[in-house]
Design a protein around this ligand. Sequence first.
Ligand SMILES: [Zn+2]
Length: 233
Amino acid sequence: MRIPWPGQKCIVCLNSGPLTWEHIIPRALGGDLICNFLCKPCNDRFGFGIDAKAKFDPGLRLTANRLQNDIPTVHAAIEGGQRYVVKSGPARATGVWQQGAILGSIERQDDGSLMVPDNLVRRKLREMLAAEGHEETFIAEALEKQARAPVGERVELSDEISIVNWEAHCEGADMSDNRLASDLLFAKIAYEFLALLVGTAIYADAPALISGSARFETAITIARIQCRTPNGW
Ligand SMILES: [Zn+2]
């Protein structure tokens, strides 16, 4: 949803200049409310510095998971690219959420073996068998053996290569790399909603308008300092 802005100046740094469309709730969190009240430098700073990282906040991620059935678009926006712990046989690996599925990657285990997810196993085996110099007929038979191998049983495919098929189970979200979102994220969102509410009166003395909250005042002051150009405001 687009809300056209009646003012000519950026609401954060107060510089005049071309204004750009800003996602008030970050796009990374599934937000689609936009208003053209930030200059490009401010929009970029919020975008790369704060908005893009917001989805890695553990609290926001847990909330998105609870909303999975009620607001699937928000869940999809936040979970895209997030990590999960996958248990497969004796090993644990990392999966990444992509469009409704948890996709694994090839990971070398401590014992030197490779853990290869289902969707990559045929390609990887073909590559390894071809590198050993095997002919196509041998490779096709080996792939067939792999496909038929019972779960949990070791099957020799060549002198060098044996495989064990394991069933994989997702054990839940891996939050080890998730970090709290910046306080500025919430100050920014509150400040931008305030701007929508009061219109160009936001230019009067923006921090004073929200002086009821010292936290927001500090945060917006910091936002202004970050947006400062070498030539001043
Ligand atoms: Zn600006």
